[in-house]
Design a protein around this ligand. Structure first.
Ligand code: NAD
Ligand code: UDP
Length: 339
């Protein structure tokens, strides 16, 4: 499987090739695997670091055979296994779904803080450009709507979501302090709810939960009244945003919102999913989790103006693709609507 000889001592960038070398921490996850595919397609040599907490080896199927692809099992909380010469680093390593990041909250926090430091030190040693997958969660339960990058947020420091929210906020601090202190080129994306192919059926986030429940004919679990809102971005649009942010000629001096600005209530999402899956599932209500944000919608003016980026795929189209993916995965054989 591992054909490319990595140069563990560093010094030779893109060893054995004149390709740029990109390190993707969290590359076996939902977003990471799509990013790896895109980077290989764009001519990079790709090295994944992943502890497989929520990522899966089968997300990388097809890539394993690529001579310019290597996957190393490693937890970024620990010192890196080798001093790898890299040109670009993408830090996507962190469980993203509330049930997963709350399962071991201290490790989640360490992943954002110690993991970021380990990767930032690598970037410093090799003068590599480094990207951080930050999140709309840094706005907490926002009091400003929609959320521009200039909004500082409204976050509980000690609730069950804090390990993720405050970990990601600390990581943003680290990225910009490394930039100011050592002159590292950092790119920080604040990602809003993104969905699509390669989400795990047991991921626990709302889009995968609803589609899986609908395909299995189970009750659709709306937490609270369902009047809370989210803005859902399809994965292909988001990955294009990552690449544009990373390749922008100069580093924006602040984090950049990436997400779809079209806002839906969770109840509207449930109804759309039932429609797309032709499901007979019933909607049932469950208690709203603690600190669940009431509304969320990105202001993407900066990305529009400076990256010439905005999402192209509507929720209806993205749901059709995602439903087809889960339908094949679960073998549910229900008639699913085309996009
Ligand atoms: P995911 O859970 O599918 O992927 C996370 C990946 O990181 C997995 O492969 C997991 O095994 C790996 N990982 C976790 N902790 C690690 C550690 N300590 N060391 C090494 N690998 C580790 O989630 P995703 O949706 O693909 O999210 C990717 C990144 O994007 C995360 O950092 C997440 O916080 C961020 N993000 C995602 C969304 C979204 O809607 N998908 C929104 C905001 C931010
Ligand atoms: N949600 C829901 N049912 C589910 C899973 C989630 O109603 O089965 C709600 C959740 O309470 C939140 C929204 O959907 O209001 C988005 O949840 P998700 O975990 O996908 O993302 P986040 O809360 O991190 O934005």
């Amino acid at each position: 499987m591992k054909v490319v000889k990595l140069d563990p001592r560093g010094g030779r960038k893109g060893a054995n090739t004149d390709r740029g070398r990109a390190l993707v921490a969290g590359g076996a996850g939902f977003l990471g695997s799509h990013l790896c595919e895109r980077l290989l397609h764009d001519g990079y040599e790709v090295v994944v670091l992943d502890n497989f907490h929520t990522g899966k080896r089968y997300n990388l199927n097809g890539m394993h055979r690529d001579p310019f692809f290597t996957c190393i099992k490693h937890d970024i909380v620990d010192a890196l296994p080798m001093d790898l010469a890299v040109d670009e680093i993408y830090n996507l390593a962190c469980p993203a779904s509330p049930p997963h990041y709350q399962a071991d909250p201290i490790h989640t926090f360490k992943t954002s803080v110690l993991g970021s430091i380990n990767l930032l030190e690598l970037a410093r040693r090799h003068n590599a450009k480094i990207f951080q997958a930050s999140t709309s969660e840094i706005y907490g339960d926002p009091l400003v709507h929609p959320q521009p990058e200039s909004y500082f947020g409204n976050v509980n420091t000690h609730g069950p979501r804090s390990c993720y929210d405050e970990g990601k906020r600390s990581a943003e601090t680290l990225f910009f302090d490394y930039s100011r202190t050592y002159g590292i080129d950092v790119r920080v994306a604040r990602i809003f709810n993104t969905y699509g192919r390669r989400m795990q059926p047991d991921d626990g986030r709302v889009v995968s939960n609803f589609i899986v429940q609908a395909l299995r004919g189970e009750d659709i679990t709306v937490y609270g009244s369902g009047m809370q809102t989210r803005s859902f971005c399809y994965v292909d649009d988001l990955i294009e945003g990552f690449i544009r942010l990373m390749n922008a000629p100069t580093s924006p001096a602040h984090p950049v919102n990436l997400g779809n600005p079209v806002e839906f209530t969770i109840m509207e999402l449930a109804e759309l999913v039932i429609d797309y899956t032709n499901s007979r599932s019933r909607i049932v209500h469950r208690p709203l989790p603690v600190d669940d944000p009431k509304q969320r919608k990105p202001d993407i003016s900066f990305a529009r103006q400076h990256l010439d980026w905005e999402p192209k795929i509507s929720l209806r189209e993205g749901l059709a693709h995602t439903t087809q993916y889960f339908d094949a995965l679960l073998g549910s054989r229900r008639p699913v609507k085309e996009a």
